[in-house]
Design a protein around this ligand. Sequence first.
Ligand code: HPA
Length: 266
Amino acid sequence: MNLTVNYIKERIGNFQPDTGIILGSGLGDFADEYNQISISYSEIPGFEKSQVQGHKGKLVFAEINGKKVIMMQGRYHFYEGYTMQTVTYPVKIMKRLGIKTLIITNAAGAVNKSFTPGNLMFITDHINFMGTNPLIGQNDDTLGTRFPDMSEVYSKLLISKAETAAKELNIPYQKGVYVATTGPSYETPAEINMYRTLGGDAVGMSTVPEAIVANYCGIKVLGISCLTNYAAGVTDNPLNHQEVIDTANRVKDNFKNLLLAVLKSI
Ligand code: HPA
């Protein structure tokens, strides 16, 4: 980890990040406008190359609305075959670089039938349906404790600030529980019915590993899902990745304005 941190510190000089943002599917463009310093994952010792279409795979550093931000343009997904260690390594590195807050974004399917594609959802809690946990293995006591509490993974204070920002900007939003699956196949209608019965409001293939590790390391987390589609079986339509990308693109401006307002208020 020292090799990674030292390499990044050498590249960013006296830039002292306080906030991290993980940009999800279709939301990566946000970083392009603030491209002050950027480093490809492939250049960073300890990082693996990211390969998914629509994910660029770089760290972008910028000062935005008074915050010193590290943005992850592209993330590692478990479904790509990466280990949970690889998926969550960047969070540990951001912790070492000094961030106090992490905004995690994703594209997700709406399980709750009263939600509409195009809405943003502030994550109030999650259900880990990935069948594993990123903290399995030897514990690094310098980062966190062996059995970390998870009763408030998503900061209530940050959610209330995000709500205030969304209201001021007239951006439609929901709040709810995010269910994480491994993917890469979308869910079946029976699975979606089960997730709804269990209390899930949205479903996706990311975020939970990073949120668990961030909470474990004492980083405050704000989770924002862009609801890109109805989950399987909510309508008769089949699901496809293009719809996910198209909806994320459609709400890009709302998303960007919300992020800017949240950065200002935290
Ligand atoms: N299911 C899982 N992941 C997703 C979905 C979905 O419906 N939409 C966007 N990511």
